[in-house]
Design a protein around this ligand. Sequence first.
Ligand code: ATP
Ligand code: MG
Length: 238
Amino acid sequence: MAKIISFCSQKGGVGKTSITTHVATYYYQVEGIPVTVFDCDYPQHSLNSIRESEIQRLKSDESYYKKAERLGKMPYPIYSDSLINTLPKLDSFNKKNELVLVDLPGTLNVDGFPGMVKRLDAAILLIEADPISFESTMHTVLAMASFDNKNGGMVPTYLLWNKYDIRVREDRYANLEQAAITYLEGLNKDRKTPINVKFLKYRIPQSVNIQDYRSTLIPHRTIEPLVHELNKTLVSNS
Ligand SMILES: Nc1ncnc2c1ncn2[C@@H]1O[C@H](COP(=O)(O)OP(=O)(O)OP(=O)(O)O)[C@@H](O)[C@H]1O
Ligand SMILES: [Mg+2]
């Protein structure tokens, strides 16, 4: 069974495209798992643009070409289309044993979004430690809870800190996590189907490395602990 996962958020610039790219490349190149990426962030299609600029770089930068060649594999496919056109394509992955990552637009108010949530095996909501990001993530959680997943309930949803600032006191993050859990538990008292979200333990650091070495070809070690955690929580858990 394919695993269909999306890193998403209703707030722009939290790292959806960057983390999707890093995770896809790491799984494909290091974990050796077949990967397909759907770039549904119409009309930006920035994930596809990363691939296109890398193709240009392969032509002009010999050492980059050699580095990519040493990996010994054709790059994983990236398909760019609108979200609504992508839905039937996702269905054709039902029988494949692949990891499918979907880069979504920064809004849920787009044609086909409920159909997308129905098909996801997990939604990973990226969150930053600022009040606007926090509030917008809580709204996204509520929106996710309003759509039915293929399993009948809420799509399995995880929260993942991105741009984690190690200079900030650890208890700021712990307090925000507690505030989110308390808020959602409060809502659950009045709900028939509870909202169920978990924070992933790994926090992706704010790092120039993550910005500069974003690649659809060459894997980056910074993402390794996240992939190991995803392996335990989602990917191998079929
Ligand atoms: N962990 C990180 N450390 C440093 N910079 C990061 C990190 N994650 C993302 N960025 C940077 O943040 C900016 C926004 O990232 P990205 O484009 O991936 O976000 P997005 O959520 O896909 O944005 P959009 O809503 O426009 O699609 C980029 O400059 C990216 O390099
Ligand atoms: Mg993006």
